[in-house]
Design a protein around this ligand. Sequence first.
Ligand SMILES: Nc1ncnc2c1ncn2[C@@H]1O[C@H](COP(=O)(O)OP(=O)(O)OP(=O)(O)O)[C@@H](O)[C@H]1O
Ligand SMILES: [Mg+2]
Length: 362
Amino acid sequence: MTAARGTPGLTDQPPLRPHSAADSASDGGFPGIIGQSPPMRRLFRLVERVAASDSTVLVTGETGTGKGLVARAIHQRSRRSAGAFVALNCGAIPENLLESELFGHVRGAFTGATANKAGKFEAAHGGTLFLDEIGDMRPDLQVKLLRALEEGEFEPVGGCQTIRVDVRIIAATHRDLEARVAEGRFREDLFYRLYVIPLPLPPLRERPEDIPLLLDHFRVLFRNAGPTVLAGFTPSALDVLCAYPWPGNVREIRNLVERLTVLQAKAWIGPEDLPERVTAGAGTAVHAAPRVAIADQGICLNEAVTEFEKALILKSLEKTKWVKNQATKLLRLNRTTLVEKIKRHGIDTPPEAEDHRAASAG
Ligand SMILES: Nc1ncnc2c1ncn2[C@@H]1O[C@H](COP(=O)(O)OP(=O)(O)OP(=O)(O)O)[C@@H](O)[C@H]1O
Ligand SMILES: [Mg+2]
């Protein structure tokens, strides 16, 4: 898109703190975007490359994975950073207003249009237009958007003057756009127009290494939000938090840390302070398994499963102070099987457990 009418300068949100060399050195990524897991490192490299281009980007990922954050980071690192970053949530605006929000309207175009109004395309001239929740846009608007993207021009609602703008598009959705295309709910031509550089964001359950970093980041962020400064999480609380699958991703962590800071007047958060939703699945294999990182060169499944079994048996023995009859109940095994497994894994009873058992017997 080229020359334009309209003035850049409108931003919907405050800008990110400018990036400095010190930031790069300390976090290896982007200021305010926390993550050191392999998927996040890959993402940072991709964002760096994408930011250097002017190509259309389609950011996808589950809710709360940071799509909005990443879109802003791309803009901030791009040659357009001095221009506006204008965001429009295509899912949140009533359908009849969305066209005017995008393209603006002229006076008298519809009831209530008392003056000419520029749309987001014009506001983003010279900068970046972030079309959030693009998967929710209705089909007739998709046609108009496609034309604006392909030809770089559009007409405001009710107007006949063609407006040209210079805008970089970043779109985002938490929906499976390809599935929506297959269902006939999203235009295939628009999909391919947007699908120039796909940027899929990994869900948190695929990068559990980042959970402690995020907990600490938000602990510091909300340090003044409650009556007591939160010092941290006990090791067993951390175990539970790292095993939880976080369906709401980073947003859910953020909200939980804020809530704990405000409501728990405690320096250290233990497992008993965590909501039941988070503790409910603690200790079950279903939730713990995603904690095992799968290296690029792969893992040996049999070895991993054996290690996992050993760890669970050890945990149950520790929990029951090495009373095997109780551990069998926790693991729903019969005693012979448990004893065999203990032998096979070479698990030795620690001396203090022998003392404890002798004391309980006596
Ligand atoms: N890697 C991260 N580091 C720090 N904060 C993050 C990270 N990812 C997300 N957040 C924070 O989590 C919250 C949710 O992020 P964001 O709104 O960008 O998610 P989203 O993918 O756009 O979600 P939705 O699909 O629901 O709109 C925000 O407060 C954001 O700042
Ligand atoms: Mg979002």
